[in-house]
Design a protein around this ligand. Sequence first.
Ligand code: GTP
Ligand code: MG
Length: 179
Amino acid sequence: MPADTGVEIAFAGRSNAGKSSALNTITQQKSLARTSKTPGRTQLINVFELSEGKRLIDLPGYGYAKVPEEMKLKWQAALSEYLQKRDSLKGLVVLMDIRHPLKDIDQQLLQWASDCELPVLALLTKCDKLKSGARKAEVLKVREAVAIFGGDIRVEAFSSLKGTGLDQARAILSEWLLQ
Ligand code: GTP
Ligand code: MG
């Protein structure tokens, strides 16, 4: 890992939620972060430096059942160490498939971020899979649900495929990166 100075924004979420795709879309790079149909593609903490001291971090997905137990423990350890110890971490993008948001593990992450006053942008990914009415209803439902965690959690629908929510995501990330 680079020295723990400057500003970092990490992309976290369950395996296959669309973290790497969102990172590519937001940075307008086709294949900066490797994406895949196979869950568990991102197996390391990948660091993308935007400019000096400004970094986006693609984290391995959590909750993927099919990796060997030993590996899973290693990732989890690396992930929680990163999240808990990284001083330069100034914002967390939590990605959840809009069709299955707020699984237990997502809720734990949101509660943790909120407890340590880390601002969160929750992106409800693959929103192109829902019709507009259902999409809006889901966003409202998740906004209401995350209110219980307290803290600064913003919720937006997002599609890497269609570019939905891209302007909002970029605006929030730029705000965090300016620190
Ligand atoms: P891991 O690295 O395995 O944890 O996955 P990830 O969260 O980085 O997901 P990734 O970006 O690799 O995407 C997983 C799958 O979802 C791929 O098949 C993508 O093409 C698909 N996907 C990602 N974003 C979207 C989206 O906005 N719309 C649709 N329809 N599919 C998407
Ligand atoms: Mg990935």
